[in-house]
Design a protein around this ligand. Structure first.
Ligand code: ADP
Ligand code: TRP
Length: 332
């Protein structure tokens, strides 16, 4: 591990539903931007999706769709590696090894497990140990940077804790005393938590999402149902508290944002008009990606060929790291 090596960037997304504006600005857009900064590896977390999805056809179909969406959003397979989680099964072996040093208390403190139970997901061992598999996802590629939304921050902290545990327990024989390097979360402050139509964090599990590749009518309907307060048309409105304004700020130009802010502060414009403006901008913003998506869809074998190439590269790295890990713990 010399300093000259390009940094390695890694992220994953579960194939558990359609891509929404929160996923795009929280994770995809930063991930696509980072392709230029080092070796990027992005994967479709189908092993993870098994904790909530028990429909084999849907899992297969969603996985292909996430690949399609990622490519449509600008992932360039000539610069970045796109692959399916389950094409690198060694990751489950690493998850097992990590689980043998993972303190129960560390996982018991994880809020995503508690949140998922509260939402009615079954309390399985897989759901509980999800952060261990996620740590394996990251550590198996010697990742330096992990672009994610704020909700994943704790998972990256757990990953670092497990890397330290492994280094302390088994790192003595390594050149620099460590088996794993410590990855860092890359969370973009401006988009760390994109609000949904009810003002809470946008999430498909809260049903407050605006999907980016849905049809026009549906996107308009979702935007028009953004929850607002009851300030009358003529009164001035606070942009800082408005979901409409926050979403508009993600997709409009500086001048357009300033103009909307002024109209908020001046009064005389109703929320309905602001929503129409937001819808127009959102629809326009994602137009080139919709076009690219149609082009990719027209080439039947494209996605499979990208995923095949991605799997080969991901396996190459994972095999090297697993060799190191197996030796360090005494499995070889
Ligand atoms: P969901 O909450 O809809 O199930 P996921 O958990 O599949 O979304 O999230 C996939 C990626 O998108 C993660 O990196 C997550 O941090 C990011 N993300 C999801 N929702 C948001 C949001 N509202 N704001 C910012 N990032 C988000
Ligand atoms: N847990 C992430 C989510 O629900 C997906 C994920 C799995 C991930 N493994 C990862 C993200 C590794 C970044 C790095 O969105």
């Amino acid at each position: 591990m010399t300093d000259k090596k390009p940094i390695r960037i890694l992220s994953g997304i579960q194939p558990s539903g359609a891509l929404h504006v929160g996923n795009y600005f929280g994770m995809m857009e930063p991930a696509v931007a980072l392709q230029a900064e080092g070796e990027a590896l992005y994967f479709i977390a189908d092993y993870h999706a098994l904790t909530s999805l028990r429909d084999p056809e849907a899992l297969r179909e969603n996985s292909r769709r996430v690949a399609l969406d990622f490519l449509a959003c600008g992932l360039d397979p000539n610069r970045a590696t796109l692959f399916r989680h389950s094409d690198v099964p060694q990751v489950t072996e690493l998850a097992w090894i990590l689980s043998t040093v993972a303190p129960m208390g560390l996982l018991e403190r994880a809020h995503s497990y508690k949140d998922k139970l509260a939402r009615g997901l079954p309390a399985t061992v897989g759901l509980f140990s999800y952060p261990v598999l996620m740590a394996a996802d990251i550590l198996i590629y010697d990742s330096d940077v992990v672009p994610v939304g704020k909700d994943q921050k704790q998972h990256i902290e757990i990953t670092r804790d497990l890397a330290v545990k492994m280094n302390e327990t088994f790192g003595q024989q390594e050149q620099d005393g460590r088996i794993f390097k410590l990855p860092e979360a890359r969370i973009k402050a401006a988009t760390e938590t994109v609000p949904g139509i009810d003002g809470q964090k946008m999430s498909k599990s809260y049903g407050n999402n605006i999907d980016i590749f849905g049809d026009e009518k549906e996107m308009r309907r979702r935007v028009m149902s953004i929850v607002t307060d009851s300030t009358p048309v003529e009164e001035l409105k606070d942009p800082a508290k408005s979901t409409i304004f926050k979403l508009y700020s993600l997709v409009a130009s500086k001048e357009e944002i300033a103009a909307m802010r002024e109209r908020f502060l001046k009064g005389g414009t109703g929320y309905g008009d602001f929503k129409k403006q937001l819808f127009e901008k959102l629809w326009e913003y994602f137009a080139p990606m919709r076009k690219r998506r149609e082009e990719i869809l027209a080439d039947k074998s494209y996605i499979d060929s990208v995923l095949k190439k991605g799997a080969a590269r991901a396996n190459e790295i994972a095999d090297q790291v697993m060799k190191r890990v197996r030796e360090a713990v005494g499995l070889r």
